[in-house]
Design a protein around this ligand. Structure first.
Ligand code: CP
Length: 308
């Protein structure tokens, strides 16, 4: 029997989902992975608007929408009226007025979605594909789906998140929901990228203090594009102090898994030859991204149907 499908008006932040909604989306993603099909009688138009570079999120949403049989409306920020100074608000107001049902948006501004979901005029549903260093809920859900497939639960799991904490929307989305689901969190990586908010959710450690104790070792990409301060970054020094090398890999518990949202800076966060190692779930994360995004879009379309 299929999982009870949830209905969402928008999906913008993990903070706005209950634990039950999170588990329903994960289970529905697994059903889609196992071959569940849906078809819609009415036309539904989706547009993916990416104002920051993306391969996984952008293309996984597209594949998810194609698998659901939806109509995709192309949007290219480089040739749109954004180039004439049109704001994000007016762009979404326009697509909504044209009849677009769902806008999937990635944008560099933290919380860009607030004015869109608060608007009395915009009727399109908003799905956040990443807002600056704020939230990345679809990545978080695919990460949770991957952990759930491995362990079947979250309660009591030891999860370490290592790397560029300060600039990572993945770390922020995951720490909050993983703690709420009962996981025990550790944070590793350079001290200059630690911020006070992480201390509320877990314990700061070095990778060497924790690598042989965790169930999940999650690495983060070093986000050079968000580093405004001058940084004498050294690949070799970073990899040696904070990255996954063979010696650290060999210290992982038998059942432990490695995760990374990707793109991976090979040889920086993870040694090149370990990216696809047996304990790595990085490829599985990308695949799961399609199926959990099918669950997200389905939930948003159900929300629209119920509010008609
Ligand atoms: N993980 C992730 O968000 O990758 P993209 O930037 O390629 O979408």
């Amino acid at each position: 029997m299929s999982t009870n499908q949830i209905a969402l008006k928008h999906l913008v932040s993990m903070e706005l989902l209950s634990n039950e909604e999170v588990l329903s989306l994960i289970k529905r993603g697994i059903e889609f992975k196992n071959g569940e099909k849906v078809s819609y009688d009415d036309q539904h138009i989706v547009s993916n608007l990416f104002f920051e570079s993306s391969t996984r999120t952008h293309k996984a949403f597209e594949v998810a929408e194609l698998k659901l049989g939806l109509d995709l409306l192309d949007f290219d920020s480089k040739t749109s009226s954004v180039n004439k100074g049109e704001t994000l608000y007016d762009t979404i107001l326009t697509l909504s007025a044209l009849g677009v049902d769902v806008c999937v948006i990635r944008h560099p501004e933290v919380d860009y979605y607030k004015e869109l979901i608060d608007s009395p005029t915009i009727t399109a549903s908003i799905v956040n594909g990443g807002d600056g260093s704020g939230q990345h809920p679809s990545q978080s859900l695919l990460d949770l789906m991957t952990i759930y497939e491995e362990f079947g639960h979250f309660d009591g799991l030891k999860v370490a998140i290592a790397g560029d904490l300060k600039h990572s929307r993945v770390a922020k989305s995951n720490m909050m929901i993983l703690k709420r689901l009962g996981a025990e969190l550790y944070f590793a990586g350079p001290e200059e990228w630690r911020t006070a908010e992480f201390a509320e959710y877990g314990t700061f450690v070095t990778i060497d203090e924790v690598i042989d104790k965790v169930d999940v070792m999650m690495f983060l990409r070093v986000q050079h594009e968000r580093h405004d301060e001058y940084s004498a970054f050294s690949i070799n020094n970073y990899h040696k102090a904070h990255g996954l090398n063979q010696e650290r890999y060999d210290r992982l518990q038998e059942h432990a898994i490695i995760m990374h949202p990707a793109p991976v800076n090979r040889g920086v966060e993870i040694a090149d030859e370990l990216v696809e190692a047996p304990k790595s779930r990085i490829v599985q994360q990308m695949t799961n991204g399609v199926f959990v995004r099918m669950a997200i879009i389905e939930a948003v379309l159900k929300g629209r149907e119920e509010n008609r």
